[in-house]
Structures are given as structure tokens and as C-alpha cells.
Design a binder for this molecule. Structure first.
Ligand code: Z16
Length: 832
């Protein structure tokens, strides 16, 4: 072997500073194709990423090989969204080579932090659901669970948000523009996926009735693999994302003149399938392309799962012992009909056996109770796009309704609610019902949400299958959200309790006894202040607004949604603004209100709320009479990268949804873990956060889910009365309606005012306003006492251990999947 080539082979694996440095210089020249003088920051990012990637490939293959050799039971997490963010910091930290890499770059005259900044943020998700999937990948790899993520390699991730004259404007997010060093294209891993066509009935070899799907259009799904590095770098799992390719007919077909251009056009149209992520969080557009995306990635994933299974097995009897498939919401629920089709039509399994196998293999997570988010595809569309699946769904439905207890009791109302088909109006397939029926376990994402599932959307199914619903309260990965994002606090924690918390967050509990330690408090405050300085600089760069580092950083970062009630927050800000102007001699606690979040492009009310926040911010921030005691900022383009700067710097965490409407929330967990105190309603996981951090260390306000329910049931709420009896609320609303914040267009906010009054205030903003203001006052009062505040902040961090996604994922593993850790076997290092 050529001596030079051989030395490169060694360096690919070397983890010391010298080896890394030599490796960087090699990669820059021979793979990026630049010399050090000409290299841009982006070139260096690609160089470093490729060199780091080298250092995980061996262990990645060891992991995959071990799963194969042991024929381990795998879990497949099917998700239309994976909100990954950047990977460089994550890979370095999980491999444990951050310091070596920093020093190696130092020696070349480069700064690691600058290189990190050149990486695009992989935003293949909308919000909580997508980020949860990414946290779960991290936890599965860290816990050595044989877990695969399956999804779509969208060419365009979630749009880039900018503000123009205070309005949200969307731009395409072109994360792949300069190539993606983390992914491995697998042009040989290719599966056909069909659409449209019709179903033909025929007699099989033994004379039984059988069906085939013919005259369909065909698309190919091509795999791209991204390694998922667990903490410590021992287990490296795989995220497999599918990209649409036109069939090979295109490459090998010969076309005469006109037909050639038509064929190229057709190829482009076909490949649009994986072009763009739908930008809706918890609402469904009902678009045909979306249904096709769902089926496309689900079918490809199932074909891949069956291929892997058949490497060791010759029939499907033990599929449920070797594969657990988790449906992340109903988006991949068509997989239930698809697995039935593959087993019955393609592999000749009998219906009843196929159904038992399917149910034992699938499980389903529900993420919302909002009716507008529950998928229901028009039967007519489903018949056209997936004709065989529609038949299979009818068959499942007929067999189920025939056997159900409701039929026995002659209860037709219940029977029609249990049906997979909503027969009211244009007929639709209820994907939630399909997912429920085709799964052995169905879970909610917080204790409250799971209870409400039993009482509302799935009440009838719960009566029919009382063992099926279970709770798995969400979690977050402490690696990204504390170890990597908050290095000042992470270092402080490690200095006191060691670094065991990174892999076992329950250990962080040991900090609780430091809450009374004045020295520790001082250092805790210093870490928070450092993070606040970093955020203040980011705010100045992004918005031009200067904020006081020592003000109370009051943070609400999440998708813009009426139920999340950003409106409640901005109304309280207006009321506080008025109080400050009325009482200029009072010594106010300086407050910085920080908002960030995207609105779905077609969600007009959410976009109007964005404009309102920007309009209020402009007036408040330029008013000298508040003496800089109040600043309001709305940061543009909230994403994972921005969250990593914001979460560590927050003092107060706004979790103020209308009770019963936020399934769990996960930003609430990130903020509390980073030492923010929560101001929140008893909604989603806030309920459990209160139980863990203690009632004295959280500001709870507002109606409970039960009270909300009763209030709506009694119909006894007139927002106008509430407004009339609360002068500060009335004044704030009057200012909005008279154009104080929109002199150029005084009627701009009419739709908001309308919704809060004649509209009946569906989200109970006015009903909770006064209680919310009191809780805000309590927070400001406490903030004056920095020692007490810090004590409570420390207790928040110390008591959040249970909210690690490692805990969540181990609950899924033992109670739903029955999968177990598998330690990768590393062959002896080859002698060189
Ligand atoms: C989503 O992000 C969520 C629910 C949903 O139906 C669709 C999307 Cl894209 C969110 C919930 O709103 C949130 O409460 C929860 O924490 C998160 O999913 C993860 O479970």
C-alpha cells in the first residue's frame, strides 16, 4: 500500500490534536478542493465535518453489524418530521473530542465557534413533534437501543422567517444548497412506491379471491443515511430519510421530439414529492401532495423493514418479535393499511394472521386533541390516490364494527363514532381511529393529555379497549439542551457533582442541597448572566434593540398559535407599559419581553399577532418615559439554533396556553432545566413540572382544564363583562382599537378585538387576564430578591431530571416496544 495513503488511514481514526489537525488539512485540499489561503468559513465547516465523520464511521458500522448479527429487535420511529438543527457541536460533544478539535483548529489559526456558525440548521420539522423525534434519536443512541428514524429528506426545510414592516414574510430554507457532509446517499437502496391506478380482482393459485393494484404511477424512494451519535460515541444509530426519484424508465426510455420534453417535465413533477415540508404545526391542510408524502415515506420504510426482517426469517410470524414500529402522530398511519397490503397481497399471508401481526407491530402516539389537527382524508381522494388501501380500510372497518360491543348493544351513535369513516358530510377516513385500531398501544404525551384523550377523542375506543391507552410524558435530551447549549452552567454543575448527569439526568437532583449555598448561588447567577449577555448581543444583532442584561428576561418562544396565547402576554406587556408611564417615580423591576416563533403561512390570525407584537414593541422601545424599564423584542426565524442561545438565558418561562389545549410542551422543560422559573397554566406537562419542582418554585395561574370545560359547557361567559370590569385590560384593548400602535392603519387589529369580544374569546384570554397579571406581579416582586430567585432557579434545574428524554425513551422501550439495549461489538483494531 502506498505509504502516504496508509498514513491517512491511521489519521482518519486519530482523536488527538495533531491527528485532527493533519486530517483537517488533508480534507480541505483533497476533498473540499481548496487551499488554506482560499478557504471560506463554509469550506472549513465542510472540512471539519468530514474529518469528524471519519471518526464515527467505524463505530457506526460496528453498531449496525452487531444488530444484524444478533438479529436484535429493532424499533422504527416513523416521523414526517425530524427537527435536528446543527450537528457539528453535537457530534463533537458526543464523541468527546470538542477540546481536541478546538485546539487543532487553533493551531491552524481558526476558531471552532466560527466554524460551527457556518453550518445550516436542519429544520425538517415544525416544532414540538419534530424536535421530540430528534431528542428521541439522541436518547435511543445514548441508551444503546437499536433504533432507526425514518422520514423524508425534504429539499426545503421549514421556511425562513423575516419581518418586513413588522409582518412575517416567508423565504425558502435551502439547507442543502452547499451540500450536506453528514449524509450518505444510498443510490442502491431504492424502493418503488405507487399511486393512483385501480384494483383488479383475480383468483390465486388455490382459487381464493385476491387483488392486485394495476395501472399505477410509480415513484422511487432513495435512501440517505445520517449517523446518530449516542453520548460517549459507542452506539451510532441511523436516521434514514427518503428522497423521491423518477423511475429508471426515464433514464432508459427513448422519446421522440415532443415526448422527450414531456418526460423531463414528468420527472420534475414526480420528484416534487420530497421537495418541501408542510409548514403547519398542529393543523392539517388536507392537500393531496401531503397524503402522497405520508404514503411515500411510510411505504418505503415498511419495505425496508420487511427486507431487513427477511434476511433472517422465512415467514412473518415473528415480525412483532423483531420489529416495533412507532407512529409519530397519524402522519404515517396509512402504514397500517400498507403493511396489510404487503403481507396479504405481496406475501400471501392470510387476512387474520396479517391483522394480528400488524397490530402487534404498530403503536401510535397522539400529540394533540385540537379537532383541526386530526387528520381525516376525503374518501374520494383516498380512493383515487390509494385505491387498494381504501379497500383494505373498508375491510378492517367492516370486520371491526361487526364484532364491536356497540353493535351488540345496538348503540348506533357509538358505532358511528367508532367507525373509521366519518359519514357526516363528505365522507372521510379518520386516521386517528385507524391508528388506534391498528396498534397494540396508544399513548399521549403528558399525564393530563392522556387523561383527556380517554375522555374526549378516544372515549369510545377507550371503552372498547381499556388497556390500550397509556401515558409517556415527553422529555428532552440533556446533551443538546444543557451540556452543549449551556456550557457555563454545565461546567458549574460538573464541578460540584461530577459529569454523571449528562448520561443520567436523575443525578442532577444532587444540586438541590446547593440551593442554600451562597457561593454556589453566586456562581449560578454568573453563569446565567453570561448566557444573558450572549443573548443580548444576539438580540442587538438581529433586531437592533439594546436590552439591559440585568433586566428580567421573560421568554415566550414557540409556534405562533392562538391557543398558546402570545396575545395574553402582549396584553399584559401593554398593561405594564401603562403602569410604568403612570408611575414614573416607582422603582420598577426592569423587564425584557422576548418572543420568537413562526406562524403557518396561511394562519392569518397568528400573523396578525406577530404584527401586533412588532407594533407594540416599536412604540414601547422608543418611549423615553419608561426609562428602558420595559423592552419588547420579537426575534425573527426561531429555530433550534436560536433556541440554543435563548433557553440558557431565560429567567421566566411563559407556558400560558388555554388549559387542556397544549398536549405537553417541551420548551417548558428546556427552560426549567436551564434554571428559568415557569409562569404557566395547569396544562400539558406544566402539571408534572409543578409536581417535580414544587408549588413554591413555579407561578401557576388561570382556569384549569376542568374549569375551561365547565365554562364552555355552561356557555356562561361574556368577555365584554370581563373587559368592562378590568380597567387595565379595557385600556390596553382600547389602545389597540384606537390605533395607538398602528397609527398608519387604526383598524388593523379589528379581527383580534372581534375575536376577544363578539367572537366569544374562545381561548379565554380575557378570562385569565387578571390572574395572569397577578402572577406576573409576583414574579417581578420575587426578582427583586435575587437570592430567593436564584434559590428557586437552582431548585428548578435540580428537579428536572425526570424530564430527560432518556427516561421517556426507556419507558417506551420497556412498556411498548419490548426492545433492549444492545452493546456494539468492536472487532480488535486492525494493525497498521
Ligand atoms: C406538533 O408539533 C404537536 C402536535 C401536533 O399535533 C402536531 C405538531 Cl407538528 C406538538 C404539541 O402541540 C405539543 O404540545 C407537544 O409537546 C409536541 O407536539 C410533542 O409531543
Amino acid at each position: 500500500m502506498d505509504a502516504r495513503y496508509k498514513s491517512r488511514e491511521i489519521e482518519r481514526r486519530s482523536l488527538d490534536v495533531d491527528g485532527l489537525k493533519r486530517s483537517f488539512l488533508e480534507w480541505l485540499v483533497y476533498s473540499v478542493g481548496k487551499d488554506a489561503r482560499a478557504a471560506t468559513r463554509r469550506d472549513w465547516f465542510h472540512t471539519v465535518a468530514l474529518a469528524v465523520r471519519d471518526r464515527l464511521v467505524d463505530r457506526w458500522m460496528d453498531t449496525t453489524r452487531t444488530y444484524y448479527q444478533q438479529d436484535a429487535k429493532r424499533v422504527y420511529y416513523l416521523s414526517l418530521e425530524f427537527l435536528i438543527g446543527r450537528l457539528l457541536t453535537n457530534s463533537l460533544a458526543n464523541l468527546g473530542i470538542t477540546d481536541q478539535c478546538r485546539q487543532a483548529l487553533d493551531r491552524i489559526g481558526l476558531n471552532l465557534d466560527d466554524v460551527v456558525e457556518a453550518e445550516p440548521d436542519a429544520a425538517l420539522g415544525n416544532g414540538g413533534l419534530g424536535r421530540l423525534a430528534a431528542c428521541f434519536l439522541d436518547s435511543m443512541a445514548t441508551e444503546a437501543l437499536p433504533g432507526y428514524g425514518y422520514g423524508i429528506r425534504y429539499e426545503f426545510g421549514l421556511f425562513e422567517q423575516r419581518f418586513e414592516h413588522g409582518w412575517q414574510v416567508e423565504y425558502p430554507e435551502q439547507w442543502l444548497q452547499f451540500g450536506n457532509p453528514w449524509e450518505f446517499p444510498r443510490p442502491e437502496v431504492l424502493y418503488p412506491v405507487q399511486f393512483y391506478g385501480r384494483v383488479e380482482e383475480f383468483r390465486d393459485s388455490v382459487g381464493e379471491r385476491a387483488y392486485r393494484w394495476v395501472d399505477a404511477e410509480r415513484v422511487l424512494a432513495m435512501a440517505y443515511d445520517t449517523p446518530v451519535v449516542g453520548y460517549g460515541g459507542d452506539t451510532i444509530n441511523t436516521l434514514r430519510l427518503w428522497s423521491a426519484r423518477a423511475t429508471r424508465d426515464f433514464n432508459f426510455g427513448h422519446f421522440n421530439d415532443g415526448a422527450y420534453m414531456k418526460a423531463v417535465e414528468q420527472k420534475v413533477l414526480t420528484e416534487n414529492l420530497s421537495r418541501v415540508l408542510y409548514p403547519n404545526d398542529a393543523t392539517e391542510g388536507g392537500k393531496e401532495l401531503r397524503l402522497k408524502q405520508e404514503y411515500f415515506f411510510t411505504s418505503a420504510s415498511l419495505q425496508d423493514i420487511l427486507r431487513r426482517y427477511l434476511q433472517h426469517h422465512s415467514n412473518f410470524d415473528s415480525l412483532p418479535d423483531k420489529a416495533a414500529i412507532q407512529l409519530n402522530d397519524t402522519h404515517p398511519a396509512i402504514g397500517i393499511a400498507e403493511l396489510m397490503r404487503l403481507l396479504v397481497d405481496q406475501h400471501g399471508v392470510t387476512w387474520d394472521k396479517a391483522w394480528d401481526i400488524t397490530r402487534a407491530t404498530f403503536s401510535y402516539t397522539n400529540h394533540t386533541l385540537l379537532p383541526e389537527a386530526l387528520e381525516a382524508w376525503p374518501v374520494r381522494m383516498m380512493e383515487r390516490v390509494l385505491p387498494r388501501h381504501m379497500q383494505i380500510i373498508y375491510e378492517i372497518n367492516a370486520k371491526f364494527l361487526n364484532r364491536s360491543k356497540a353493535r351488540a348493544a345496538g348503540d348506533n351513535g357509538r358505532l358511528s363514532r367508532l367507525s373509521l369513516i366519518d359519514e357526516r358530510g363528505d365522507r372521510r377516513v379518520r386516521m386517528g381511529n385507524l391508528a388506534f385500531l391498528g396498534s397494540h398501544k396508544v399513548n399521549g404525551v403528558s399525564a393530563l393529555h392522556t387523561e383527556l384523550m380517554k375522555q374526549t377523542v378516544f372515549a369510545d375506543f377507550h371503552a372498547e379497549f381499556p388497556e390500550r391507552i397509556n401515558n409517556k410524558t415527553n422529555g428532552i435530551t440533556p446533551r443538546r439542551w444543557l451540556h452543549q447549549a449551556n456550557q457555563p452552567l454545565a461546567a458549574l454543575i460538573t464541578s460540584r457533582i461530577g459529569n454523571g448527569w449528562i448520561k443520567d439526568l436523575s443525578q442532577i437532583k444532587a444540586l438541590a442541597e446547593k440551593a442554600d449555598d451562597l457561593v454556589f448561588r453566586e456562581e449560578f447567577r454568573r453563569a446565567k448572566r453570561k448566557n444573558k449577555k450572549r443573548l443580548a448581543a444576539y438580540i442587538a444583532r438581529q433586531t437592533g434593540v439594546d436590552v439591559q442584561v440585568d433586566s428580567l428576561f421573560d421568554v415566550q418562544v414557540k409556534r405562533m398559535h392562538e391557543y398558546k396565547r402570545q396575545l395574553l402576554n402582549i396584553l399584559q406587556a401593554i398593561a405594564l407599559y401603562n403602569e410604568m408611564r403612570d408611575n414614573p417615580t416607582v422603582s420598577w423591576v426592569p423587564v425584557t419581553k422576548i418572543f420568537a416563533g413562526k406562524a403557518a403561512p396561511s394562519y392569518h390570525m397568528a400573523k396578525l399577532i406577530i404584527k401586533l407584537i412588532n407594533d407594540v414593541a416599536k412604540v414601547v422601545n422608543h418611549d423615553p418615559s419608561v426609562h428602558d424599564n420595559l423592552k419588547i423584542v420579537l426575534l425573527p426565524n426561531y429555530n433550534v439554533t436560536a433556541a440554543e442561545i435563548i433557553m440558557p438565558a431565560a429567567d421566566l418561562s411563559e407556558q400560558i396556553s388555554t388549559a387542556g389545549m397544549e398536549a405537553s410542551g417541551t420548551g417548558n422543560m428546556k427552560l426549567a432545566l436551564n434554571g428559568a422559573l415557569t409562569i404557566g397554566t395547569l396544562d400539558g406537562a406544566n402539571v408534572e413540572i409543578r409536581e417535580h419542582v414544587g408549588d413554591d418554585n413555579i407561578f401557576i395561574f388561570g382556569l384549569t382544564a376542568e374549569e375551561v370545560n365547565d365554562l364552555r359547557a355552561s356557555g356562561g361567559f361574556n368577555p365584554r363583562d370581563v373587559i368592562a370590569s378590568n380597567p387595565s385590560l379595557k385600556r390596553a384593548l382600547d389602545m389597540i382599537s384606537t390605533g395607538v400602535f398602528s397609527p398608519d392603519d387604526p383598524h388593523r387589529y379589528h379581527p383580534i378585538l372581534q375575536a376577544l369580544t363578539d367572537g366569544g374569546d374562545h381561548f379565554l384570554v380575557t378570562a385569565d387576564f387578571s390572574d395572569y397579571c397577578q402572577a406576573q406581579q409576583a414574579a417581578m416582586d420575587l426578582y427583586r430578591d435575587q437570592e430567593e430567585w436564584t434559590r428557586k432557579a437552582i431548585l428548578n434545574t435540580a428537579n428536572m431530571g425526570w424530564f430527560s428524554s432518556d427516561r421517556t425513551i426507556m419507558e417506551y422501550a420497556t412498556e411498548i416496544w419490548d426492545v433492549h439495549p444492545v452493546k456494539p461489538e468492536h472487532p480488535a483494531e486492525t494493525e497498521t
